[in-house]
Design a protein around this ligand. Structure first.
Ligand code: NAD
Length: 485
């Protein structure tokens, strides 16, 4: 198949491509050039209503289809993603500003892995039984919920979109999904792939639009019984306020302010190489990036010198130039936010060790949204810069003397998504891991992902876990059946 991106994207409802009913559109901007290069529907409650009607029609057959049937279709979609890797990666890079080499090597391969993983997962998914001594047995039925809503952010567009919709589909639900309005194109292309793969009409409905008009219409719809959301803590709070009184199932994957704890006894070279990645991959726009680097005081100066030298060498520019490391941040709004955070850090008394400025590449990217990788020191744990999520190429350095001090600095925010610990002392790593207030702990590594593991945060980083059986359990209702004999 040949994937083509129309100037005006269309919704994918009931297996058909349709324009938004109220005829409203949003400009789609390539952040590397700053130029509008298409339009996307700004759908409303009316489009969501059509999507729900389609899903209602599709649910009876899809929900009782065999696991093998769903496996075959989802696996076919994975194959088609792989076959169209180049086109999808280019679309993702143009939409998001991320380097093309990154979307080719990480984002798109991970989208097909998500399909394969949950396609095979549903073939092995099982529920418990509990036999009782007084002649009875209980068994648990794990049944699809019905129609579910999946809402995803812009930072890893197809990667996170598929991470949500595939377990929902595999478990037998029909889905109303909304990608971020900032990066809609790969989800649009996925709708073409789903049609080609023979996914029955109405099983997956991809509706484009912004948060207040389209996203909230999904959250508010009474027929949509569960919401899986990844995005900011602010939007998560709003979604919870709407969905909780309606008793919807909720999975919220929210913001972070992840600490990266570096002890003097770590494997220095591996730590240094990985810390560059964990700080600045995807321009620091990965929820798991470590934005607060905590360094044992005996090696603070050594770390600072070497880290800053390496960060200065990170090349920033055209995402399509595969020799450059860093691309554009996702939008003008986000560019302004990150630049404002850098100003705040200065006002708070922080010292900019490197970076801190916008980058203006020559040629086609002259008007794009590029920011130098930025390292800041001299700020305490309670300042805004160390408390609020920046979600850009900006990290701070702080030093600590004892393990207790490291822990207290690491846990000193309202967030609790992920942390990284660097030490060769495994018992110290275990103690620190146990006391970290976070859902994910990396020891001597970062972003080493096994899709079977529980993924999610604590505190203001979210509620619930995705991944592996957790995702399939979220997208099913447990029903206990007790038989006496
Ligand atoms: P965002 O909250 O602005 O938007 C995320 C999605 O929610 C978009 O599709 C948006 O249109 C929609 N949305 C916004 N307001 C809504 C509302 N009131 N009702 C329904 N839908 C609404 O987030 P973003 O700026 O796209 O993404 C960046 C954020 O996502 C960061 O905070 C980052 O930490 C977080 N994130 C978290 C994880 C994780 O796994 N915990 C992963 C990636 C990104």
């Amino acid at each position: 198949m040949q994937l083509a991106i129309p100037q005006q994207l269309r919704n994918f409802i009931d297996g058909q491509f349709s324009n938004p009913i109220e005829g409203k559109y949003i400009d789609n901007v390539n952040p590397a050039t700053g130029k509008v290069y298409g339009q996307i529907p700004n759908s409303t409650a009316k489009d969501i209503e059509c999507a729900v009607e389609a899903a209602k029609k599709a649910f009876p057959a899809w929900s009782v289809s065999t696991n093998e049937y769903r496996f075959t279709i989802l696996n076919r979609i994975a194959e088609l993603i792989d076959e169209n890797l180049e086109a999808l990666a280019l679309a993702e890079s143009n939409d998001n500003g991320k380097p093309l080499w990154l979307s080719k090597s990480v984002d798109i391969p991970r989208a097909s892995s998500n399909f394969r993983f949950f396609a095979t997962g549903i073939m092995h998914f099982a529920a418990e039984s509990h036999s009782m001594e007084d002649k009875a047995i209980n068994y648990t039925l794990r049944q699809p919920i019905g129609i579910v809503g999946c809402i995803s952010p812009w930072n890893l567009p197809l990667y996170l979109f598929t991470w949500k919709i595939v377990p929902a589909l595999a478990a037998g639900n029909c889905v109303i999904a909304k990608p971020s309005e900032v990066t809609p194109v790969s989800a649009y292309l996925l709708s073409e792939i789903c049609k080609e793969a023979g996914l029955p009409n109405g099983v997956l409905n991809i509706v484009h639009g912004d948060g207040p008009n389209c996203g909230e219409a999904i959250v508010k719809h009474p027929m949509i019984k569960a919401i899986s959301f990844t995005g900011s803590t602010r939007a998560g709070e709003r979604i919870a306020a709407i969905a909780a009184p309606m008793f919807k199932k909720l999975s919220l994957e929210l913001g972070g302010k992840n600490p990266n704890i570096i002890f003097a006894d770590c494997d220095w070279d591996k730590m240094m190489k990985t810390t560059i990645r964990s700080s600045f991959s995807n321009q620091g726009q990965i929820c798991l990036c470590g934005s607060r680097i905590l360094i044992e005081s005996s090696v603070y100066e050594k770390f600072k010198k070497e880290f800053v030298e390496r960060v200065k060498k990170l090349s920033v520019g055209d995402p399509l130039n595969e020799s450059l490391r860093q691309g554009a941040v996702v939008s003008k709004v986000h560019f302004d936010k990150v630049m404002h955070c850098i100003e705040t850090a200065k006002q708070e008394g922080g010292t900019i060790l490197c970076g801190g400025h916008a980058v203006h590449p020559e040629g086609r990217c002259a008007e794009g949204y590029f920011i130098e990788p930025t390292v800041i020191e001299g700020l305490g744990p309670s300042c805004k810069t160390n408390q609020e999520e920046i979600f850009g190429p900006v990290v701070t350095l702080q030093s600590f003397n004892t393990t207790e001090e490291a822990l207290s600095l690491a846990n000193a925010t309202a967030y609790g998504l992920a942390c990284t610990i660097w030490t060769q002392d495994i018992s110290k790593a275990n103690i620190v891991a146990g006391k970290m207030e976070s859902g994910i702990v990396w020891v001597n590594c970062w972003l080493h992902r096994d899709l079977r593991t529980p993924f999610g945060g604590v505190k203001n980083s979210g509620v619930g876990r995705e991944g592996g059986w957790d995702a399939l359990r979220f997208f099913t209702e447990a029903k206990n059946v007790c038989i006496e004999f």
